[in-house]
Design a protein around this ligand. Structure first.
Ligand SMILES: C[S@@+](CC[C@H](N)C(=O)[O-])C[C@H]1O[C@@H](n2cnc3c(N)ncnc32)[C@H](O)[C@@H]1O
Length: 217
């Protein structure tokens, strides 16, 4: 299956899920705290990228409310449409994570909450490097993932089939560090989604600073 076909399937699944995603994950204390950490390191007016912003709730809205200039990107037109309603002031792009290029400009901070887990493991290092290269040296980055030893495994979620990837936390640390980030914090949170048939999960929040220099080979 080509990367384009994989992306189209994931986007179509999130088009079907739409705002039911927020109903399944109503409590986002860990995500909110990671976003607050990011804001605490930035001046108002800073440019922040939200990779896989979904409906924009709560993160894009909170970042914009804290005075950040926000760019949200997502591959699902439906999720992006919801983000447009929820955070009209955001710069929103229908864009795959592989589309993070210098044309987007430099960012002072970035978040990726539960979006990189929608990629196969083979693509996650490049996605993290692209985010790192888009950031100014020393810029804060907050990542949310689910702790699991899975590589692009199909699961049924709110009536749609999505594919998900996870790492045990020590491996996640290695992948983030190898992409050129210095990890400053890690927080694990047990979470029970409000979705029929979804088992409890352990969410991992990693906070890190972008290293400088060219993209590592
Ligand atoms: C689990 S949701 C999380 C949404 C939001 N970050 C949040 O935490 O509420 C994952 C989002 O990532 C988007 N996504 C999946 N694959 C992507 C990709 N390759 N590039 C950009 N966004 C992607 C999906 O469309 C979906 O909106």
């Amino acid at each position: 299956m080509s990367a384009d076909v994989r992306r189209a399937a994931q986007a179509a699944a999130f088009d079907r899920i739409g705002d039911r995603y927020d109903e399944a994950f109503p409590h986002k204390a860990g995500q909110v705290a990671a976003g607050e950490w990011l804001v605490s390191r930035l001046a108002p007016g800073s440019r922040v990228l939200d990779v896989g912003c979904g409906t924009g709730l709560p993160t894009l809205r909170d970042l914009a409310g804290a005075g950040m200039r926000v760019t949200g990107m997502d591959i699902s037109p439906v999720m992006l449409g919801l983000a447009r309603q929820n955070v009209p002031e955001a710069d929103l792009r229908l864009l795959d994570v592989s589309g993070i290029t210098p044309e987007l400009g430099a960012f002072d901070g970035a978040v990726a909450f539960f979006s990189l887990l929608m990629l196969p493991r083979a693509e996650i290092p490049a996605a993290l490097r692209a985010i790192r290269v888009a950031l100014r040296p020393g810029a804060p980055f907050a990542l949310g993932m689910v702790e699991a030893d899975l590589d692009y495994v199909p699961i049924s979620f709110l009536g749609a089939e999505i594919r998900v990837t996870g790492y045990p936390r020590d491996q996640l640390r290695e992948v983030v560090t190898a992409a050129g980030f210095s990890i400053v914090g890690e927080h694990a949170l047990d979470y029970a989604p409000v979705a029929p048939g979804r088992p409890p999960e352990t969410q991992l929040f990693v906070t890190a600073l972008a290293g400088g220099g060219p993209e590592p080979g």
